[in-house]
Design a protein around this ligand. Structure first.
Ligand SMILES: Nc1ncnc2c1ncn2[C@@H]1O[C@H](COP(=O)(O)OP(=O)(O)OP(=O)(O)O)[C@@H](O)[C@H]1O
Ligand SMILES: O=C(O)C1=C[C@@H](O)[C@@H](O)[C@H](O)C1
Ligand SMILES: [Mg+2]
Length: 190
């Protein structure tokens, strides 16, 4: 088993990969969990934006979604090669079979599962998500949610993001779930 550094009595052996809908909290919870575990935090959307020096909305507009999806697969493959950490993916990343295979082989996937009203409440005031730039963004979010839930459910673990839970409480819930169910990923070690 790979040896990571012990941080506050916890040792991470494999990268934890957050998957789930936009607004589920992959980025926000991922960053909080990485700080808690004392490991590196990576975010595929952020890496793509940095490399292109453009926002995701601009990339979609200029180069199209297919181009973005190719970049996303490349970036996820590269980020999974680093030392164990936390990787937050974009909402559509887990839909591609090749990405699911890479993530399952090299990391441990965690589906952050939030109900549609919670997701809508978190994304409705932002215009940074190009897929929601439609005449009926709630209808679009609902369709995406229904299509994607059966695929997210293939993740190694599911953690619910309930309304009212703080980011710290979410990171604690993920930590406890990993310790209980995946000691090959996260272990307690003094
Ligand atoms: N448990 C939570 N408590 C409070 N706010 C939250 C929680 N989870 C997420 N948020 C807030 O909801 C918004 C959306 O979260 P975030 O950007 O992390 O979602 P995401 O899953 O990374 O979405 P995307 O797929 O678009 O990258 C952010 O403003 C974030 O701070
Ligand atoms: O749900 C999706 O398909 C997306 C979610 C975001 O994280 C970005 O990756 C992009 O806006 C596409
Ligand atoms: Mg994100």
């Amino acid at each position: 088993m790979a040896e990571g550094a012990v941080h506050k009595g916890l040792i991470l052996h494999k990268t934890v990969v957050f998957v789930g809908m936009m607004g589920a909290g992959k980025t926000a919870v991922g960053r909080t969990l990485a700080a808690r575990l004392g490991v590196v935090f990576r975010d595929s959307d952020h890496e793509i934006e940095e490399a292109a020096n453009m926002t995701i909305a601009e990339i979609f507009e200029r180069d199209g979604e297919a181009f973005f999806r190719r970049k996303e697969s490349q970036v996820i493959g590269r980020l999974l090669e680093g030392r164990p950490g936390v990787l937050s993916t974009g909402g559509g990343a887990f839909m591609a079979e090749g990405n699911r295979r890479m993530i399952t082989e090299l990391g441990a996937s965690v589906w952050l599962n939030a109900d549609l009203p919670v997701l809508w409440d978190r994304v409705r005031h932002k215009d940074t998500r190009p897929l929601l730039k439609t005449p009926d963004p709630l209808g679009t979010l609902t369709r995406l949610y229904e299509q994607r839930v059966p695929v997210y459910a293939q993740a190694d673990l599911t953690v619910r993001s309930d309304p009212g839970m703080t980011l710290d409480a979410m990171a604690r819930r993920v930590t406890e779930t990993l310790l209980a169910e995946r000691p090959d990923v996260l272990e307690r070690r003094e």
